[in-house]
Structure formats: structure tokens, C-alpha cells
Unconditional design. Structure first.
Length: 189
């Protein structure tokens, strides 16, 4: 059972049809390079805490939001994260602000993850084990994505010599444009 839910969480975060979560991670780490791994670790941990809490509460039916609202809020979190990259200077105060934002955004993304998990739960089995295994699978997928994104950032800045601020702005603007398309598609589908 553990293996099933680990795989379910891992494949969900890497599913190209559910690319909004990858896009969020892209926006979250766009301003960081490999040497910033501690900051990225704190950001990812904040996000993980947030989505773990709402994933559990949602699967246990203690909270519930209409899926359209959650689907609309997810690209909004991407847009806000990308705007932070463009307009906020990186310093101690904005780092704390970003950690809190990542926690809050995790709450929203956890509700998005919960719809898949809720439909895949095995009745009579250990709910805690299923929930924990799914969450660990998501985390393993996120770690892989973040490592790849940090590697891409390093390649663009260190090898191709694109100025970090410019690379971050390009990535952030692309994330905003894709997110706006997601919102448009949700509203006008």
C-alpha cells in the first residue's frame, strides 16, 4: 500500500497534464541558483507544511472548497510568486515574507492535491499511511523538479551567462502568461 501511494503522489506532481504544480515550483525558485539551496529548502518546507495540512483536512472532509475556486486560486498563487520575483528585492525581510506566502499557497495547493487522493483512497485501509505515503511521493517529485529547475537556472546564469535578474524575469513573465491562460481556460471552458 505504501508503494502504491508513494507512486501516486510522485507521478501526480510529475504529470504534465497537471503542470500547474510544476509551474508553481518554477515561479517559486526562479530567482535562486544552486548555492541558494538552503533558502529553497526553507521555501519548499513552508509549502510542504501548508499543503500537508490542507491535504489531510480535505481528505478527512474537515474542510471543503468548490473545485473551481481551488483551480482558479492555484494559478493566482503562481502569478503572485512570479510578481514577487520581479518586484521584490531579495533580503532578510522579503525571505520571511516569501516563506509565509509559500505556506499560505501550500494550503491552496493541498486542496488541489486532495481531489486525486480522495478518489484513490482504499476503504478499510490505514488512512494515515495512505495520506503520508501520498504526501511523501509528492515531496519526492517536488525535490526532483526543484533540483532540475535549480540546475536549469545555474546553466542559464553560469554557463550561458544570462544575467540572473533577467533570467528570473523571463521565467516569471512566462509563468504569469501561462497562469493567465489557465485562468482564462477555466473561466471560459
Amino acid at each position: 500500500m505504501v508503494k502504491i501511494y508513494l507512486k501516486l503522489g510522485f507521478t501526480h506532481i510529475l504529470d504534465l497534464q497537471a503542470y500547474d504544480h510544476m509551474l508553481f515550483l518554477l515561479a517559486l525558485v526562479a530567482i535562486y541558483l544552486l548555492e541558494d539551496w538552503k533558502k529553497v529548502l526553507f521555501l519548499a518546507t513552508s509549502f510542504t507544511i501548508g499543503h500537508s495540512i490542507t491535504l489531510a483536512l480535505s481528505v478527512l472532509n474537515l474542510i471543503s472548497f468548490p473545485s473551481l475556486v481551488v483551480e482558479l486560486l492555484i494559478p493566482v498563487t503562481i502569478i503572485i510568486s512570479a510578481i514577487f520575483n520581479i518586484w521584490l528585492k531579495e533580503d532578510r525581510n522579503t525571505s520571511y515574507f516569501k516563506y509565509i506566502a509559500a505556506l499560505l499557497f501550500g494550503f491552496i495547493h493541498g486542496m488541489g492535491f486532495s481531489s486525486l487522493l480522495r478518489s484513490s483512497l482504499m476503504p478499510g485501509e490505514g488512512l494515515f499511511v495512505q495520506l503520508l505515503s501520498f504526501n511523501i511521493g509528492i515531496e519526492l517529485g517536488q525535490i526532483l523538479i526543484v533540483i532540475l529547475l535549480l540546475g536549469l537556472n545555474w546553466l542559464m546564469v553560469s554557463i550561458l551567462k544570462i544575467e540572473q535578474r533577467i533570467w528570473s524575469a523571463i521565467v516569471s513573465i512566462l509563468a504569469i502568461l501561462v497562469s493567465l491562460k489557465i485562468i482564462f481556460d477555466l473561466i471560459y471552458q
